[in-house]
Design a protein around this ligand. Structure first.
Ligand code: DSN
Length: 411
């Protein structure tokens, strides 16, 4: 960072502090991951200079010869990795990608059926605070009250009653697999498009350690920075028939110039995702989640849906008498970084946030395995149980830091 240190020591100092925070804490945010250095190099590359509009071979600015090559490389690698008919690598984020999907084949006011936020859905799936809810008429499905799994019968009933033009299968807080085949049958029966938002699980899908939504869906979106490990950005996959509509919905529909340095990082991760090392990390992410869930359950924590089949463990803290926000703060005070989260039961109590969402992607990327999960569960439990005891919390924070330092992110 020699140039940054000279031009702006304040920003350089904050970057150093952030690096130290990341190295010395345990990152259990399910929506984060540690990208390889090569991703950072692509993101910080000279491609940052280039302004592009349009698509390879059909640009609105000169000088795109290498920008075209890099976008074509990302396109061919991404299509192959996910076995997709068409891909658009330009979306800035998951929400941008989702907006483009909606606007590609729907008109303002059209009806969409998606998962409700307290039951696991995402803001961009029509939450009232999201612009998506002002553009489209969203109806929401939920999880079953008892099992906390998607209630496919309810999805069918709502689909038949409300005849949505699109059904969204995807979640930001759902620790279970989604039955895309079942969703596709329902969508077909009501002549709706099926759209999967696999932002959280794209890395697991790329590594083929969980089923892919791609064969069953008209549209699939994902972000590249969660389990996918490829830096910030969004991607859309779709059937060939919708390729032109998707491309014009992204540019010029929803975005102007796209970031070529970010497209370069996407190309890199689509290559790295084929390597055994990436697959091993994704396998470890899954088994670490199961182990962490099992350890926490043994300590008396109630897990939403009773367990996990992906990288997420959603803990309902109400039975233990803890609140999600307080738990998040206590854990952060000892160097365990996670986020408070609504759980299905909160849907009936507006304002309540009874859960904490844990993700195992980042700790697995830095090399932690089964041996470390009981220790992490113990640290979490001890911190929550001793949340008022500064001395105990201090010792837990030293233990968490020692564990983190054993597994350097960027050795
Ligand atoms: N979708 C948000 C989350 O799951 O935390 C951010 O990526």
């Amino acid at each position: 960072m020699q140039h940054l240190l000279k031009d702006d020591p304040d920003v350089a100092a904050l970057i150093k502090k952030e690096e130290s925070r990341i190295e010395n804490t345990l990152d259990l945010i399910a929506a984060e991951n540690h990208s390889p250095r090569s991703i950072m190099e692509a993101l910080g590359s000279i491609f940052n200079t280039k302004t592009i509009e349009g698509y390879p071979g059909k640009r609105f600015h000169a000088g795109c010869v290498y920008a075209d090559e890099i976008e074509e490389l990302a396109i061919s690698r991404g299509k192959e990795l996910f076995d997709a008919e068409h891909i658009n690598v330009q979306p800035h984020s998951g929400t941008s990608a989702n907006l483009a999907v909606y606007f590609s084949v729907l008109n303002v006011g059209d009806r969409i059926l998606s998962m409700s936020l307290p039951h696991g859905g995402h803001l961009s799936h029509g939450h009232r605070a999201s612009i998506t809810s002002r553009c489209f008429d969203f109806i929401h499905y939920s999880v079953d009250r008892e099992t906390e799994l998607i209630d496919y019968e309810e999805v069918r009933t709502l689909a038949e009653q409300y005849r949505p033009k699109m059904i969204v299968a995807g979640a930001s807080s759902y620790p279970r697999l989604i039955d895309y085949e079942k969703m596709a049958v329902i969508a077909k029966d009501v002549s709706a498009y099926l759209f999967a938002d696999m932002a959280h699980i794209a890395g697991l899908v790329a590594a083929k350690v969980i089923p892919s939504p791609v064969p069953h869906c008209d549209f699939v979106t994902f972000t590249t920075y969660k389990t996918m490990m490829g830096g910030r950005g969004g991607v859309i996959l779709c059937k060939q028939d919708y390729g032109k509509k998707i491309d014009s919905a992204v540019f010029p529909g929803c975005q102007g110039t796209s970031a070529v340095n970010v497209i370069a990082a996407k190309a890199v991760i689509f290559k790295l995702a084929r390597a055994q090392h990436f697959v091993d990390i994704q396998k470890q992410t899954l088994s670490n989640a199961v182990l962490l869930a099992t350890e926490l359950a043994h300590k008396g924590y109630r897990l939403v849906s009773g367990g996990t089949e992906n990288h997420q463990v959603l803990v309902d803290l109400a039975a233990k008498g803890f609140d999600g926000s307080a738990a998040e703060q206590t854990l952060e005070s000892v160097g365990i970084i996670a986020n408070r989260n609504v759980v299905p039961r909160d849907a009936e109590h507006p304002g309540a946030v009874s859960g904490i969402r844990l993700g195992t992607a980042a700790i697995s990327a830095r090399g932690m395995s089964g041996q470390e999960m009981p220790r992490i569960a113990h640290l979490i439990d001890s911190a929550l149980v001793n949340s008022g005891n500064k001395e105990v919390l201090k010792q837990i924070s030293l233990d968490a830091e020692a564990l983190a330092r054993k597994f350097p992110v960027y050795a």
